[in-house]
Design a binder for this molecule. Structure first.
Ligand code: MSP
Length: 514
């Protein structure tokens, strides 16, 4: 059987300030897809890291009286720690200040120069340091004498300097053809339409170097120019695969990437500039860019400058990492903006985790503890109702895979939590506490069936709440290797006679005044 590979990336974070919920959100989404693929027999490679160059970081470092490299060394660690706190399963953490990345950016630049896609000129126009983006006159508004980007609201400054340009204007039609030939390159469809309409208006050449600051990768042939931070940053996705060594196994196995998960604010860079750079450098573009919405607080984008941040680290400390992961995936509709609040978080934890799935596990485990000597009961023949219960999940496996492959995470999680609801119902309807007195053989079968459901639902929830599911697997005496989508079909995985280990409450119910 040929190897099934899957390469997924998150945007690499600007290491300035504290990580916030937007960072956490992008990363958790990507982790869910990565983990699903990993338990679905794929060799999945998941990349994240830090985006350390550019004027924004140089200014931040100066504000903190630090040399930019030292500043990045310190803050990059904060973001690396975030990957641990969020329990991400990333295979690599790349920093754009690493040599491997310099080598890769140098090669891209030289290829673009060689193909005739780069020329020297003069840039005069608006630039937002906060977005590290150039804006046209019509993309700017004047708010009480202060010029701002219409889309992000960040301040822009006027720039006039010698600059290398990338001939983006020559790529409009080629990009449109590429989008047409690859209809799922940009998802969701609303984002794709946005991009296509923008490109249809015609693209202007893009300034890809600056001379007014020094913190970045110099143009190989003209060291007074620093390569535009987005050309630098986007290249991280192939630097991590050891580009320009295109013959090495990592690159051969994983490029083109299957999925770049990004926030909608950075769609233009990923869906227009990035494929244009790659096509010009004779490198295949990624297969998909998925632009998720923003996490809002009081209907506004959560951001440092707006000061409306719900701190992911605080929430994890108070409620747990799986609780935050579940909440973000369940309650924010992927692709759209979504408001989050502590109250909703608590309701979600209580309804879905504590009262539904957590309750199912707890009542079954403690029933077996009290009535079966803590041993997994041996089942008799399954009747129609038992079969219906397990079939409900088995029949849905290919739909669930489709949902994951099309980034329909909300539909996925709804299906899974519904399985848990139906399993609770089965337990209530079949009343094993009554069967204990009347028909022990039937009681054992019911318990075995329900344990099997807990196993299957656990496998499906693993990508979202991995550490809780690992605990359930341990309680059930199952091995980590058995956490695999294929095992959903295996109705004999749970071994009768084995002890169900004692476990703590998985998801504590939260008092509303907490
Ligand atoms: N450094 C660039 C990415 C370069 S990728 C080659 C960057 N970094 S960031 O730190 O500002 O943002 C990281 C991710 O967080 C992006 O996907 C961004 O869209 C996301 N979010 C930042 N604020 C957000 C919200 N309030 N809501 C959801 N995600 C948003 O951009």
């Amino acid at each position: 059987m040929p190897e099934k590979n899957f390469y997924i990336t998150t945007p690499i974070y600007y290491p300035s300030g504290k990580p916030h919920m937007g960072h956490a959100y992008s990363s958790i989404i990507a982790d869910v897809f990565a983990r699903f693929k990993k338990i679905d027999g794929y060799k999945a490679y998941f990349l994240t890291g830090t985006d350390e160059h550019g004027l924004k970081i140089q200014r931040e470092a100066k504000k903190n009286n630090k040399d930019p490299k030292k500043f990045c060394d310190e803050l990059s660690i904060t973001f690396k720690n975030l990957t641990k706190t969020l329990n991400l399963s990333n295979n690599d953490f790349i920093r754009t200040t690493e040599k491997r990345h310099y080598d890769s950016v140098k090669e891209i630049w030289e290829r673009l120069e060689k193909s005739g896609d780069i020329y020297l000129g003069k840039y005069s126009g608006w630039y937002s340091v906060s977005d590290e983006a150039y804006y046209d006159e019509e993309e700017i508004i004047d708010e009480n004498g202060s010029k701002k980007s219409k889309t992000s609201g960040s301040k822009v400054e006027w720039v006039e300097e010698e600059s290398y340009f990338f001939k983006l204007s020559a790529w409009s039609n080629k990009l449109l053809k590429f989008y047409q030939e690859n209809p799922k390159f940009i998802l969701p469809v609303s984002r794709r339409n946005e991009v296509v309409n923008f490109v249809k208006k015609g693209l202007k050449d893009l300034s890809v170097s600056r001379t007014s600051f020094s913190w970045g990768i110099p143009v190989p042939s003209n060291k007074k120019h620093i390569i535009y931070v987005w050309l630098d940053a986007l290249t991280n996705y192939i630097s991590a695969l050891k580009f320009p060594d295109t013959e090495n196994k990592l690159y051969r196995d994983f490029w083109p990437a299957d999925l770049h998960i990004i926030g909608k604010d950075i769609l233009r860079f990923h869906a227009i500039y990035w494929p244009a750079f790659l096509l010009a450098a004779k490198i295949k573009p990624p297969k998909r860019v998925y632009g998720h919405g923003w996490i809002l607080s009081d209907e506004k984008k959560m951001s440092k400058s707006l000061g409306n941040i719900l701190d992911p680290l605080e929430i994890i400390k108070d409620y747990g990492v799986d609780q935050l992961r579940y909440y973000l995936i369940k309650e924010v509709s992927l692709g759209n903006d979504g408001s989050i609040s502590l109250e909703n978080l608590k309701n979600c934890i209580n309804n879905d985790l504590a009262n539904n799935f957590g309750n199912l596990c707890q009542r079954v485990f403690s029933f077996i503890d009290k009535n079966c000597d803590s041993k997994i009961p041996s089942p008799d023949k399954f009747n129609t109702r038992d079969k219906e219960l397990s079939d409900e999940i088995i029949k849905k496996i290919s739909d669930l895979k489709y949902m994951i492959d099309n980034q329909e995470l909300n539909s996925y999680i709804k299906e899974v939590i519904n399985f848990s609801f139906n399993s609770n119902k089965y337990f209530n309807d079949l009343e094993p506490w009554k069967l204990k007195k009347t028909n022990k053989v039937r009681m054992n079968t019911v318990l075995y069936c329900i344990l099997n459901q807990i196993k299957s639902i656990s496998i499906l929830l693993y990508p979202i709440i991995p550490s809780s599911i690992e605990k359930i697997f341990d309680t059930l005496n199952l091995k980590k290797e058995e956490l695999n989508i294929e095992q959903i079909k295996n109705l004999n995985l749970i071994v009768p006679g084995k002890i169900i280990k004692k476990s703590n409450i998985l998801f504590k119910k939260i008092d509303n005044d907490n």
